[in-house]
Write a protein that binds this ligand. Structure first.
Ligand code: GRG
Length: 306
C-alpha cells in the first residue's frame, strides 16, 4: 500500500506498521524480563509478546508523531496500552467471562497456565502498565511530568469503570437479551473503542499536542474504534467460506447482537463509510505528511478482509 498523495511524499504503511511494531515488541520484551516468580512472569510474557497486531501501540506512536512528538516519547504509552489490552484478553477468555480455550490460534492463557495464574497475571499486567508508563516517562526525560500524569489518568479512565470494564459488564449483562442499537453502541464504545481512543489520546498528550489537537485525535480514534467493531460484525456475515475456514471458531455466538442484525448489512456498511469519513475529517487540520499514518490506519481498519 505504497501511495503518493497530494503532498508529493510517499508513505509505506506496511513498513510503518512493521518497523514501529518491531520496536514496540522489543520494548515490551525489555519491560517484561524473565524473572521470579517465573510462572507468573512467563504467563504475562505469553500473552503480551505473542501474535498481537499491535494496532494500539502503533496508533499511540502515530498520534504522538502527528502533533510533532518523537516515536521514543510515545514508547512507554504504547507499551502500557498493549499491556492493558493483553490483560483484558486474558480475563475475557476465562471461564467466568467468554470461556474461550483459544486465543490467536493457541491455548488461551488460563488453558496454558491455569486459572489463578491467568487471573493474577492479568492483574499484574494492569498494575505494570501504570508503573511502566510513569517510570518510562520519568526515565525518558522528554515528557513533562504534567503530561505524563494526564496520560496516566486517561489510561486509568479507559481501563476502568469509565471504559473497558464498564463495556464488558454491559456486554455480559445483555447476553441472550434483546439489545437496542443504543446499547450495542454503548458496549462497543466502552469495551473496544475506549482503549483505542486512549492509545491515541495518550500519544497526542505525551507528544505535546494542544488541547484542541488532543480532542481531534480523540474523535478520530473513537470513530475508528467503533469502525473496528462494525467491520468485525459485517465481516462475520460477508466472509466467504474459504476465509471462514482460516478463521474457524472466530464467528460470533448466534444470539449475539451485531450491527448487521440490528441495521441490515447494507446500512451497517453505510455506517462503516460514515465512521471512516468522520475519522478522516478529524485529520484535515493537521500536516498531511504527519497525518498519513493515521489516514492509512483508518483505511486499514475499514477495508480489512478478515
Ligand atoms: C481492562 C480492567 C480491565 C478489565 C478487563 C475482560 C474485560 C475486562 C474486557 C474485555 C475487553 C475485550 C476483550 C474487548 C475486545 C477488544 C478487541 C476488539 C480485541 C481484538 O483486538 P485486536 O484485533 O487483537 O487488536 P490482537 O490479537 O491483534 O491484539
Amino acid at each position: 500500500s505504497n501511495t503518493r498523495p497530494r503532498g508529493g511524499f510517499s508513505f509505506d504503511f506496511e513498513k510503518y506498521m512493521s518497523a514501529n511494531g518491531n520496536a514496540v515488541h522489543e520494548a515490551l520484551d525489555r519491560a517484561l524480563p524473565v524473572c521470579q516468580p517465573e510462572r507468573l512472569n512467563e504467563s504475562m510474557r505469553y500473552s503480551v509478546l505473542a501474535g498481537g497486531k499491535l494496532v494500539r501501540p502503533v496508533l499511540a506512536i502515530a498520534a504522538c508523531e502527528l502533533v510533532g512528538g518523537s516515536a521514543a516519547a510515545a514508547t512507554p504509552v504504547a507499551c502500557a496500552v498493549e499491556m492493558v489490552h493483553a490483560m483484558s484478553l486474558i480475563h475475557d477468555d476465562m471461564p467466568c467471562m467468554d470461556d474461550d480455550a483459544l486465543r490467536r490460534g493457541r491455548p488461551a492463557n488460563h488453558v496454558a497456565f491455569g486459572e489463578y495464574t491467568a487471573l493474577l497475571s492479568g492483574d499484574a499486567l494492569l498494575a505494570l502498565a501504570f508503573e511502566h508508563l510513569a517510570r518510562g516517562c520519568a526515565d525518558l526525560g522528554v515528557v513533562p511530568a504534567e503530561r505524563a500524569l494526564r496520560a496516566v489518568a486517561e489510561l486509568g479512565n479507559a481501563a476502568g469503570a469509565g471504559g473497558v470494564a464498564a463495556g464488558q459488564v454491559a456486554d455480559k449483562a445483555s447476553e441472550s437479551k434483546p439489545v437496542s442499537l443504543a446499547m450495542l453502541e454503548y458496549i462497543h464504545l466502552h469495551k473496544t473503542a475506549r482503549l483505542i481512543e486512549a492509545a491515541a489520546v495518550c500519544g497526542a498528550i505525551v507528544g505535546g499536542g494542544t488541547d484542541g489537537q488532543i480532542e481531534s485525535v480523540r474523535r478520530y480514534a473513537r470513530s475508528i474504534g467503533l469502525l473496528f467493531q462494525v467491520v468485525d460484525d459485517v465481516l462475520d456475515v460477508t466472509r466467504t467460506s474459504e476465509q471462514l475456514g482460516k478463521t474457524a471458531g472466530k464467528d460470533q455466538a448466534a444470539d449475539k447482537a451485531t450491527y448487521p442484525k440490528l441495521l441490515g448489512v447494507e446500512q451497517a456498511q453505510a455506517y462503516m463509510a460514515e465512521l471512516l469519513a468522520m475519522a478522516e475529517a478529524e485529520l484535515q487540520g493537521f500536516d498531511a505528511e504527519r497525518a498519513a499514518p493515521l489516514h492509512h490506519l483508518a483505511r486499514f481498519i475499514a477495508y480489512r478482509q478478515n
